[in-house]
Design a protein around this ligand. Structure first.
Ligand SMILES: Cc1cc2nc3c(=O)[nH]c(=O)nc-3n(C[C@H](O)[C@H](O)[C@H](O)COP(=O)(O)OP(=O)(O)OC[C@H]3O[C@@H](n4cnc5c(N)ncnc54)[C@H](O)[C@@H]3O)c2cc1C
Length: 297
């Protein structure tokens, strides 16, 4: 039986795996290959890279570091996780294998909400569909921004971005604008144009700009689009074990990254916390050390 099973090899799971291997633990690291970090064209807020680093490159370096510690990553998906009476876990993988481990770390991340219209793939590939204002609003300061948002969350994102650009517009679907009157007034006072309209498609202009086509209106031109449509935590395995989730579906974890299920830790975006690379890495380090200290020496 393994000491630890780490599910997910984004920054959180890879950090935990590096730590656990260097603590001489027998582990398996299973990854389904859909890290959010792969979608970061270049991050400038991750400490230690003054000129930025792409998400792909960061993951590549972490995998290399895991290799240096004699660790390896298995490309697979854990589809079922069970906890047995003696406290150990068994995991079923989509390729048919079963893994047994004394402890499990869930580092499975979240899925981003995106506008469901033509042109989104192109926008994302060009790095012009942004999901994280805390990460990169600074890079787009002063530029023409459109926030495609839903409800109060969309309005909060627009209010946050207003600090970085006055050329800001909030677009919500019909009936999907902010419900909170104070938020609406705050946006109005800040001069943020907000509207409810049906977005039909997004077009990336050859010169680098973006054109958003709305039903019954003239197209809107922008330099960057922020999606503020929420995220969906990949917390199904935690749910299978009856772990406590918060109202947004994130795994609730304590300061040691322990979930409410004994032997089950959680780290990174899937946990109720700030969704950032640095936080995921910090969680991974804390969880791995806590798991190690819990296991027999
Ligand atoms: C466009 C974009 C730009 C961003 N820019 C920045 C930035 O500049 N700075 C910053 O700090 N953050 C940024 N972020 C956020 C950052 O990418 C995340 O906070 C970070 O990747 C979270 O790491 P994680 O390890 O928790 O999850 P992820 O990186 O999402 O990794 C989770 C992994 O778990 C795997 N997995 C899920 N379920 C299973 C399963 N059942 N079995 C096996 N594997 C599974 C997934 O396939 C995935 O590989 C950005 C995000 C996006 C989308």
């Amino acid at each position: 039986m393994l000491d630890c099973l780490v599910i997910g090899a984004g920054p959180a799971g890879l950090t935990a795996a590096i730590y656990l291997k260097r603590l001489h633990r027998d582990i398996a690291l299973i990854d389904a290959g859909a890290s959010r970090a792969m979608r970061i064209p270049r991050t400038y807020n991750y400490p230690g890279f003054p000129h930025g680093v792409s998400g792909e490159r960061l993951l590549e370096r972490m995998r290399e570091q895991l290799g240096e510690a004699d660790g390896e990553l298995t490309a697979d998906e854990v589809t079922l996780l069970a906890r047995h009476d003696d406290g150990h876990f068994s995991a079923q993988c989509s390729r048919g294998g079963e893994i047994r481990a004394r402890t499990v770390l869930l580092a499975t991340g979240v899925v981003d909400g995106e506008p469901a219209v033509d042109g989104v793939d192109d926008l994302r590939q060009r790095g012009l569909l942004r999901q994280c204002p805390v990460c990169d609003a600074h890079e787009f300061r002063g530029r023409r921004m459109v926030v495609i948002g839903r409800g109060d969350h969309g309005a909060r994102v627009a209010r946050f971005l207003h600090r970085f650009s006055e050329h800001l517009r909030l677009m919500s679907g019909p009936g999907e604008g902010a419900a909170d009157a104070r938020l609406r007034v705050a946006l109005q006072e800040a001069g943020v144009a907000s509207e409810e309209a049906t977005l039909q498609r997004i077009e990336c202009a050859a010169g680098g700009g973006v054109r958003l086509h709305r039903e019954g209106h003239e197209p809107v031109e922008a330099d960057v689009v922020y999606a503020a449509l929420g995220t969906r935590p990949r917390a199904r395995l935690a749910q299978q074990l009856g772990a406590t989730l918060d109202a947004m579906g994130n795994v609730v974890a304590d300061a040691q990254c322990r979930s409410s299920v004994p032997g089950l830790w959680a780290a990174g975006d899937v946990v109720s916390a700030l969704d950032q690379l640095a936080v995921a890495v910090g969680h991974g380090a804390i969880a791995a050390t806590s798991m190690h200290n819990t296991l027999p020496s």
